[in-house]
Design a protein around this ligand. Structure first.
Ligand code: ADP
Ligand code: MG
Ligand code: MG
Length: 873
């Protein structure tokens, strides 16, 4: 028979996957000889089985729970449902990793109308017995049955008010009896049945509710955001109660072994006398700092300090602990590695190394790579933020804090910035035309679009805070205001965005600049010592490059040349090129673009010094460079000196039903080789000039996008090489360039051996590769992926986290075929996945040479690469 239930004394911390973090650590503490109330854990396997069996407990699980209760009764010398010495328990959820959204704890389970009396007599404390019972009914109703908590709160408040009390502690046993009666009546009113009196029935309902909470909406969303698989399930801990609400020699508290927001050493915590469970964090009464316990209960205090140190030394990490004192006797109820800010994480990790408690490698494993992001962007002042009400929510697309005045178009945003205003750009969705407005903004808010929408990708690239896909906002047709939560916000009014949480505030919340302390640098240098994967950046401007290098980038993995054409002065040349009737006209327009393009490349080469740079030839469909509204087309026609009809004709002729699969990427160069020629020339001339002027040995990697057939690759490559070699020969200067391709079409991956015969490097464009492998349009998938998450079909966004089972297989296969055909071929990834830790781990394992990500993700990628190297040693 499979074992589904474990007594605390049969387990230890190594069983975290099976027993959840809370259960495994309770068992471990017991094993260390610490004062822990006994109990048992119903395993995560039982949870998975519960779901597999159609949300039912099977006989064997029920029998094992029953058996565990009997064992617990013996250990405690009390009986479940007994009238004089009742065993009361807490029922606590606990997954492998602590997870908000999981069911809250139920305390004092086992009480009923009869037992409470006996319990009061046995403890000689009727007030305490009824206080425990009213808490139990309240928690059971809220947590297990989902009844409206506020109504119970209100009943309690009303009774207190009617007696003229301020404090829960003023209530007598009789008052609390009255509360119990009122609670039971409220329970009947909602449930239609009376409050369950049988302890076993109460217990099973609570265990089942914990399992049920594994799949509630909050939990599912949290799992998706944190890469937690649905198959893990949660465990349930059933533990004998200890009572912090027994009187003035009892109490309960929470504490950390170091400060969780700064990382400073020293115990940090709070407690309350005569209280139970979450009273401390619920803010019902103001708790006292832990140091004060030394005066209140010196013995319990010194015992507490001793155990806290034992725990930190044992786990070799900062601990977050819960304890209860029952009539001067101290019990520990939980310990876990404490959650902490990024700043604290670095301080603690480096301090523990300095204290000789852990190795550098262990320190590197202790910090969550994604957390580093917090250190790189401006942040809200935490006090100001906690006081500001949240008025709406969208997707947390690009982290950071933004506060500023609202503008609805790129041009008004740019003007406002010029006036010195802080700007928040609010748009239905963004497009490449909005780049300048986005660049001018502190933050970007869109009503539509997912985590890989244009707004999200570009904002992350810029390191600009972005909240996207916010369905709560309605933008007025005249683009002068929007409504949210029944309020109207006009152009020029202040809002604030929290890109890390996706929250929207309707006021100017104070921000503070990010400060990077010395520990950060030290820590990152350790990461660089162990990682083998190189980290490059995706960058389109010298500013991005400089930024990324300061974050540790080792080159540019993707320079997207199209963004260079959107600036005011250039876009008109680009448009002339597009509407050109003859090759000559087109070449002439392209010629005019050369100086701009060259200057951009020079700036980037100079910033890179001798680091490599992969430049991608023009990729998007040409229609993206043309206006679409009638008025804009008219205006442009006048500017270009052609008729409206003529320009409208061009716009119409460029219309495609499916532009993502249309005339773009290397297909453009097949039709218009002169575009590739112009770009190749700019890339190489810039390299030659920088080499002449600065002496830097520039290493350009020219990348041909969207190839699916080796012959189209070869066609474009030949044009590039012919152009480049002629320029190099004429200059007499040696440039060590290479030509490669982006693998982003499944057919390219499938024929990677043939492709490798022509390509000197591969860069995996996993955004398009994901789009084409799944057949999910990147721009439209946001509208239905939520249903996929809700229905458990997908657990995470394949555009954010590489789908290793499908898309990843294509990547791996392409690597193998590529290496077989061209030993030593350089392999990298430049899709959004290049900055995602779990995807980076995959890249490490299949042996890529580098990942490339947006500048602000470079430190994340460096740490993730280091962690993969350590894990896969
Ligand atoms: P969470 O995961 O939300 O912290 P817990 O299960 O740890 O939930 O507990 C909620 C509160 O109840 C904590 O303050 C904890 O110390 C307290 N608690 C849990 N079990 C017991 C118990 N057996 N005796 C006394 N207090 C308990
Ligand atoms: Mg809780
Ligand atoms: Mg807890």
């Amino acid at each position: 028979m499979n074992k589904f239930v474990y007594m605390f004394n049969e387990a230890d911390k190594s069983m975290k996957n099976l027993l959840g973090g809370k259960g495994a650590n309770l068992a471990e503490m017991l094993k260390l000889g610490l004062p822990i109330p006994q109990g048992f854990t119903v395993s995560t396997d039982a949870c998975t089985k519960y779901y597999d069996d159609g949300e039912k407990f099977t006989e064997d699980v029920l029998a094992q729970i029953e058996d565990a209760i009997t064992q617990l009764e013996v250990l405690e010398g009390k009986k479940f449902g007994d009238n004089s010495k009742p065993l009361l328990v807490s029922v606590r959820s606990g997954a492998r990793v602590s997870m908000p959204g999981m069911m809250d704890t139920v305390l004092n389970l086992g009480l009923n109308d009869v037992v409470v009396e006996g319990f009061g007599k046995a403890t000689n404390n009727m007030r305490f017995a009824y206080d425990s019972y009213r808490r139990f009914i309240q928690m059971f109703a809220d947590v297990v049955k989902g009844l409206p908590k506020q109504q119970f709160e209100r009943v309690l408040d009303e009774i207190k008010e009617s007696k003229g009390y301020d404090n829960d502690l003023d209530m007598s046993a009789d008052d609390l009896k009255e509360v119990v009666e009122a609670f039971k009546a409220l329970y009947v009113k909602h449930e239609g049945s009376s409050f369950p009196q049988k302890a076993r029935e109460q217990l099973l309902a609570a265990v089942e509710a914990v399992f049920g909470s594994w799949n509630n909406e909050r939990a599912v969303i949290y799992r998706r955001m944190n890469d937690i698989p649905g198959r893990w399930g949660t465990a349930v801990n059933v533990q004998a109660m200890v009572y912090g609400n027994m009187g003035d020699t009892s109490g309960t508290g929470v504490a950390f072994t170091r400060n969780p927001s700064t990382g400073e050493p020293g115990i940090y915590g709070e407690y309350l006398i005569n209280a139970q469970g979450e009273d401390v964090v619920a803010g019902i009464r103001t708790p006292l700092p832990i140091a004060h316990l030394e005066q209140d209960m010196p013995e319990a205090y010194s015992e507490f300090m001793r155990i806290a140190n034992v725990l930190e030394d044992h786990y070799k990490d900062m601990q977050d602990m819960e304890f209860t004192i029952e009539d001067k006797k101290l019990y520990f109820l939980q310990t876990r590695n404490g959650k902490r800010t990024a700043q604290a994480a670095l301080r603690i990790a480096t301090d523990l190394v300095a204290e000789g408690k852990i190795t550098k490698e262990k320190a590197l494993m202790m910090v969550e790579p994604k957390q580093l992001d917090q250190l790189l962007h401006p942040m809200f002042d935490s006090k100001a933020l906690s006081e500001a009400p949240v008025s709406g929510k969208g997707l947390p697309a690009s982290p950071g804090a933004a506060a500023g005045q609202v503008y609805f178009t790129a041009s008004t945003a740019v003007e406002a910035k010029k006036r010195g205003e802080r700007v928040v750009l609010v748009r239905l969705e963004t497009s490449p035309e909005d780049i300048e407005g986005m660049d001018a903004a502190q933050g970007i808010l869109t009503a539509r679009g997912g985590m890989t929408s244009h707004a999200a990708v570009v904002a992350r690239g810029m390191g600009t805070c972005c909240v996207c896909g916010c369905n709560d906002i309605k933008i007025a047709a005249d683009e002068k205001s929007f409504t949210i939560a029944g309020k109207t916000i006009k152009e020029g009014e202040f809002i604030s965005l929290d890109g890390t949480a996706g929250n929207i505030y309707l006021e100017d919340v104070k921000t503070v600049d990010a400060s990077i302390s010395g520990e950060f640098e030290l820590f990152m240098s350790w990461a660089d010592e162990v990682r083998t994967l190189k980290v490059r950046t995706n960058a389109d401007s010298p500013k991005d490059v400089i930024n990324a290098i300061s974050f540790g980038a080792e080159g540019v993995g993707l320079c997207r040349t199209e963004h260079m054409f959107f600036e005011e002065t250039r876009i008109s040349k680009m448009r002339q090129m597009i509407v050109a009737k003859t090759v000559e006209e087109r070449v002439e327009a392209l010629e005019a673009l050369v100086p701009y393009q060259k200057a951009d490349f020079k700036g980037m080469y100079e910033a890179l010094e001798e680091r490599p740079m992969t430049v991608r030839l023009l990729d998007p469909p040409l229609h993206e460079f043309l206006p679409h509204s009638k008025a804009d087309i008219k205006a442009l026609a006048i500017e270009m000196g052609i008729t409206y009809e003529e320009l409208q004709g061009t716009v119409d002729s460029l219309h495609e039903f499916n532009p993502m699969l249309g005339h773009r990427g290397c297909r453009l160069a097949v039709t218009y080789p002169e575009i590739a020629r112009m770009q190749a020339r700019s890339i190489i001339e810039a390299a030659i000039e920088v080499k002449k002027e600065k002496g830097f040995n520039i290493i350009p990697e020219i990348m041909i996008p969207l190839a699916g057939e080796v012959k189209e690759l070869k066609y474009v490559k030949d044009i590039v090489i012919e152009t480049v070699d002629a320029i190099i020969a004429a200059s007499g200067i040696e440039i060590n360039y290479s030509v490669g391709t982006m693998i982003e079409i499944p057919r390219a991956a499938l024929t990677a051996d043939l492709i490798a015969a022509e390509a000197e490097f591969f860069s995996f464009g996993t955004n398009d590769l994901t789009q084409m492998t799944f057949g999910f349009s990147r721009d439209d998938a946001g509208s239905f992926l939520d249903d996929y998450y809700a229905k458990g079909i997908l657990e995470s966004d394949p555009f954010a986290k590489l789908d290793q089972t499908g898309v990843g297989q294509l990547v791996q296969m392409a690597c193998e075929k590529g290496r077989a055909a061209r030993p030593g071929i350089k392999l990298g990834i430049c899709g959004e996945h290049g900055g995602d830790p779990s995807s980076i781990d995959f890249c490490h394992r299949i042996g890529l040479n580098y990942v490339s990500c947006s500048p602000f993700r470079v430190p994340i990628a460096r740490l993730a690469a280091a962690q993969s190297a350590i894990k896969n040693k």
